[in-house]
Structures are given as structure tokens and as C-alpha cells.
Design a protein around this ligand. Structure first.
Ligand code: ADP
Ligand code: NI
Length: 223
């Protein structure tokens, strides 16, 4: 009993240190991976993990560290993963949990599509939490924040969404905010792994559809 309580204290301290590490690293990011994104994914990962019976410690640790290794932030994904590995070692996270966390964050990002499916329940939980943060009320805000940071327009009638994209096309070319709803956001509902996240995604997806319907009506002065 005492051992377990000790372990919980240690694990709690690791999670708090991971939150500080993420906050320091991502504080000034404008690519949609700011600290508050990490905060929300951590909260949601805990909720889904509890509902699905997943290992809450691994889910939260992976959620907190999942964007540290992002190539948009550190230029090189492999170097980012090595930094996370060093951090896990320095904080004496047990080998099984550390390997699990590295496995999750290395296969996490959307990158326009084709990544292999998550191998563990914990990976599926964190991926769901990350994807849910791209839809619903917060997801809508993130699209416009990202588009604004890139200096791109919110909507240009006649610029169609791109159906199939390479990773570079997904990152580079200057689509509009509204394009991005079709290129990514509206697809995320069907990519959820867990039952709990599927239910959440349905509500958030409906918000996207309602938002777009209002947007077009207002655009044309219909109401
Ligand atoms: P992740 O790396 O978490 O899979 P992205 O880097 O693709 O996600 O996106 C981070 C956030 O920025 C998301 O909320 C996403 O909707 C938004 N975003 C990414 N690319 C674009 C884009 N081309 N236009 C508008 N918003 C974007
Ligand atoms: Ni993320």
C-alpha cells in the first residue's frame, strides 16, 4: 500500500515536470501546438483513459510530451524524439512506460493521412484526444488562429479543398481556413479509435457542420 502511494507521488511529480517542460518548450508557438493545446489534450486524454480503462499515467505523459518532437517545432523529428528520450531517462521513468510513450508520440501526427494505426489502447486514447482538439468549438478557433498566423484568408469562393495531398502539400500551399475544414476537420470524426471519443466527436462534428452552414449564409447575406 505504502509502495503504491509512493509510486503515485513519484508519477504525479513526473507529470508535473512534463507539464513544465512542455510549457517552457511550446509557450510561444503559433503553429497550433501552443501550451494550451497540450493542456487540453492532457485533460481529455485523462477523461478518455478513465472511460476506456487505459493506463492513465502513460496516456497523460504521452499527451504532455506529444508535440515536443514535432518536426514543425524542432526541425527534425528524430532529434526531437531523442530529446524526449533523454528527458524520460533523466526523470527516471520506468523503461516500459518510457518505451511506450516514445512509441506513441513517434506514430502520432496526422501529416495529411497515411500513418499506421496505433498499436496500444493508450496510443489510441492519446491520438483521439489530440484529434478531438482539432474539432468542435476549440478546433474552429485553432483553424482561424493558424490561418491568421500564416497570413492566409478565411475564405475565398472558388478555391476548392484539395482531396488528396502529399505531406508537403498539406503543410505548404496556402489554402483558406474554410478549405481546411474539408481537408482535415470534417474527416476526423471517422478516424476516432475509442468508443468514448467517437461519442464526443459526433457532438463536435455537428458543431462544425452548423458553423459552416451559418458561415455560408452570412457570406451571401442570407441572414
Ligand atoms: P497535428 O500536428 O496535431 O496533427 P497539425 O499540425 O496539422 O496537427 O495542426 C495543428 C492545428 O492547426 C490544428 O488545429 C489544425 O486544424 C490547424 N491547422 C493545421 N494546418 C492548417 C491549415 N493548413 N490551415 C488551417 N489550420 C491548420
Ligand atoms: Ni497535438
Amino acid at each position: 500500500m505504502a509502495d503504491e502511494a509512493l509510486l503515485d507521488d513519484r508519477r504525479q511529480a513526473v507529470l508535473e515536470a512534463a507539464a513544465r517542460y512542455a510549457r517552457e518548450t511550446l509557450e510561444n508557438d503559433a503553429s497550433g501546438h501552443d501550451w494550451w493545446h497540450i493542456y487540453r489534450v492532457d485533460r481529455l486524454a485523462e477523461t478518455i483513459a478513465n472511460a476506456e480503462g487505459a493506463d492513465v499515467f502513460v496516456c497523460r505523459l504521452a499527451a504532455l510530451l506529444h508535440d515536443i518532437a514535432d518536426e514543425k517545432l524542432c526541425g527534425d523529428e528524430a532529434e526531437g524524439l531523442r530529446a524526449v528520450r533523454r528527458w524520460l531517462d533523466a526523470h527516471r521513468v520506468d523503461a516500459a512506460s518510457a518505451d511506450h510513450v516514445i512509441g506513441i508520440i513517434s506514430s502520432m501526427s496526422f501529416k495529411g493521412g497515411g500513418r499506421p494505426p496505433m498499436r496500444t489502447l493508450e496510443g489510441r486514447v492519446v491520438q483521439d484526444a489530440d484529434r478531438l482538439d482539432a474539432i468542435g468549438a476549440v478546433g474552429i478557433a485553432r483553424v482561424f488562429a493558424y490561418t491568421g498566423a500564416k497570413g492566409r484568408p478565411i475564405h475565398v469562393p472558388g478555391i476548392e479543398a484539395r482531396e488528396r495531398m502529399t505531406k508537403d502539400e498539406y503543410r505548404s500551399t496556402g489554402g483558406t481556413a474554410i478549405n481546411h475544414f474539408y481537408e482535415k476537420l470534417l474527416k476526423l470524426k471517422d478516424l476516432m479509435n475509442t468508443d468514448y471519443a467517437k461519442r464526443l466527436a459526433e457532438g463536435r462534428h455537428r458543431q462544425l457542420e452548423q458553423y459552416l452552414a451559418c458561415f455560408y449564409e452570412e457570406w451571401e447575406g442570407i441572414r
